[in-house]
Every structure is written in C-alpha cells, then in structure tokens.
Design a binder for this molecule. Structure first.
Ligand code: GLY
Length: 378
C-alpha cells in the first residue's frame, strides 16, 4: 500500500414523500448543519465559499489515483484558492477502505501540522467520502470536511447523510461514526468519465429511493431508455431530496432511515459472498437484484400485489445482468445476513415495501422464507 503525498501542488409517514413538489430551480438543499449544492462547481460558489468560510484554513484534498489522474489538475487550476492545498492520494478500491489506511492518513495530517481550524476536501467516490469523513471526524476530535462526490453512487447516496466509516476485513462499514460534511458539491460533470456499469450501479440507489418513498421518482427513472446519457441534475436532485428528507428526521437510523436499506440485506450478502469468492460484482448490481428478491419477500408477506412485484422484477431485469449463483451458495449467503447491522436479538430484520413508494422496516423473515426467495429469484 502506498500513499502518495504531493506537497504544495500545488413519526413521519412514508406517504408524505408523495406530497413533495420538486423545485427544480433549487440549487441547494439544507439539512442539519449540512448544505448540498447542485450544479457545476464553478457556478455553485465553491471558490467564494472556500474563501469566506475557510479562508484561514489549511486545505487537504483526499482523493484516489483514478480520480487524481482524471480531475485533480482541473480542480487545482480552476480554483486558485486550492493552489496551496496538500493532496493525499490513495490507491482506488474498497480494499483500501481500512483502518490501516486511515492511520497512514492521520500520520500525514500530523506531518502537515493540520489543526482543528483546517479543512479536508474528500474528492472521489464512495470509498473516499466514507473514509475521508471518518478520518476527518476522528482527527483531533473532529475536523471540518467537504465532499465532492465524483460517482453517481456517492452523489445520490454515500456522500449525503453523514455515514462515514471503514470496513473490517470482509465486513463492510463495521467501524464508523455519523458525521456530516459541512458542504456537499454535486457536479454532474464528473459523471462524464464513468463507465456505463458504474452509472448503472449508482442508478440502483435512485431506483431504491423511488421504491421506498416516491412512485413519481420511480416512474421518472424507469421511463429512461438509456441510463448513461439520460441521467441529469434534476433526477439527481429528486433522488437526493428523498434521502435528505429521511436523514434529517432520523440521522442515527433508529427508525425511518432503515428504509434506505431496502434491497441491501440480500444485496450486501451477495456482494460479500461474491467478493470472498474472488468474483466481485458492483454494489449497485448486487443491490438491484437484492431489491428483486426483497420485493418477492414483500409479496410473500402479502405486502404488495403480484402486479407490483412483476413490474419491479421486469424493470430491473431489463437493465441489470442476472447474477449467477449456485443453490449450494444460498446457505452461506444467509449466514452472511446474520452480521447485518440492523439485526436484533439475532433475527434478520428486513426493510420491505408495501407498495411503490412505501416501505416498512423491522420485518422479521425466517431463514426458510429467505431460502425460498433465493431459489425463486436466482
Ligand atoms: N446508504 C444508506 C444510508 O445512508 O442510510
């Protein structure tokens, strides 16, 4: 593992979501102490904000090699306020979302004599915003940080809502804290260098927001014939607005925020199982099929109709490649679900849906029911 340092480079009801009228002209959303800005960085007042709110702060940009290569020069040269920022660049990928990497970054921050008044800018995908937020929140009991998410997944999900953390061996996000970025800048320009698969992976979280909270959003999304060329800032804003309305009432996930886990109990287990068997798949692909399976569970529990279940299955099947699995895998996949953070009293707790745009959390499901669904869907 190598870190490269470049010095001086230079009781809300779910239905309430249906009542939202999206204000497309909105350029920012606020919740708790966080502001989410939409649109090009230059037009979002990024430079002015850095000067006004963080003028006397040293600035550290945390990124990974992929984003660094594609965008760092552009960022530094477009915003003179960053010309003296220190850049910490880590290798890309989930493997580096670890406490060991945090330790190395904390050592670098000490070397740079970073103090409480200074600022970390997390510039990258979900790994960077999760890890960077965690690093900032613990260093000297908390530095301020800004997120500039560069993937669709981190724009619509990871960078918003204050979940920060790292993995512990095979277990995702086991070590972490809730801590919000002071500002999140969502600039769709960064999506231009993503592959179709990466876009589709982020698109899953948008579909999830529709399924749990807004039929209108779901309909807008499934109407797209091509995800890569048709995702725009208005759809991203709709999606983030749904997440924002959930996390602002239940930041610590004691209630309604659990709805955001729809598709993830089975999805995470599949993702973890595939990774452990050296056949990694994208998070959003695993969660998309996790949503198909959890919709099927919702049908089994009598929460949704056959027609709704069919609609979800057909729409996802038409966009996401089927995940190949052998029935002999299912026992191990169910075992992995027992490590889910939402479980209580050693029972697997699911978030299921009770319609398109409506979710119910803390649903007990037996191993037999999960097994039946896995056999049916995969
Ligand atoms: N990604 C789910 C959440 O932020 O709660």
């Amino acid at each position: 593992m190598e870190i490269f340092y470049a010095r001086e480079t230079d009781i809300f009801q779910f239905q309430f979501m249906e009542l939202i009228t999206f204000e497309y002209m909105l350029e920012s959303l606020r919740y708790n102490n966080s502001t989410i800005h939409f649109g090009s960085l230059a037009d979002s007042g990024f430079e002015e904000l850095l000067e006004k709110e963080y003028g006397s702060s040293k600035k550290i940009i945390l990124t990974d090699e992929t984003v660094g290569e594609l965008w760092i020069e552009d960022l530094i040269t477009s915003f003179p306020v960053l010309s003296h920022a220190e850049i910490i660049q880590i290798p890309p990928g989930e493997d580096f979302k670890s406490i060991e990497v945090c330790t190395q970054i904390w050592e670098a921050l000490s070397e740079y004599q970073i103090g409480r008044n200074d600022l970390i800018i997390n510039f990258g995908g979900g790994v960077i915003t999760d890890l960077g937020g965690f690093v900032a929140s613990l260093f000297k009991r908390g530095l301020r940080f800004i997120n500039i998410p560069t993937t669709l997944l981190s724009q619509v999900d990871a960078s918003v809502g204050g979940k920060t953390g790292v993995d512990l061996g095979p277990y995702k996000n086991q070590i972490g804290v809730f801590s919000d970025a002071e500002h999140v800048f969502i600039d769709p320009r960064f999506l231009g260098t993503l592959s179709d698969d990466q876009l589709l992976s982020g698109f899953t979280e948008m579909l999830k927001h529709g399924l749990i909270a807004s039929e209108e959003h779901w309909n807008n999304l499934i109407a797209l014939s091509k995800v890569d060329s048709q995702i725009d800032i208005e759809l991203i804003l709709q999606s983030v607005n749904i997440k924002k309305q959930i996390v602002e009432v239940d930041h610590k996930e004691t209630g309604i925020r659990k709805n955001l886990n729809f598709g993830h109990t089975i999805g995470h287990a599949i993702e973890g199982y595939k990774l452990a068997n050296d056949k990694p798949i994208l998070h959003g692909f695993a969660v998309a099929w996790g949503m198909v399976a959890e919709a099927e569970l919702s049908l089994m529990k009598g929460l949704i109709t056959r027609d709704i279940n069919e609609e979800i299955k057909n729409k996802i099947e038409s966009k996401y490649p089927k995940i190949s699995m052998d029935p002999s895998d299912f026992k191990d996949i169910i075992k992995l679900m027992y490590n889910d953070k939402k479980n209580r009293e050693n029972k697997i707790q699911f978030t299921l849906i009770s319609g398109i745009g409506m979710a119910v959390y803390d649903q007990n499901v037996t191993d037999k029911e999960i097994l039946d669904v896995l056999k049916k869907v995969f």
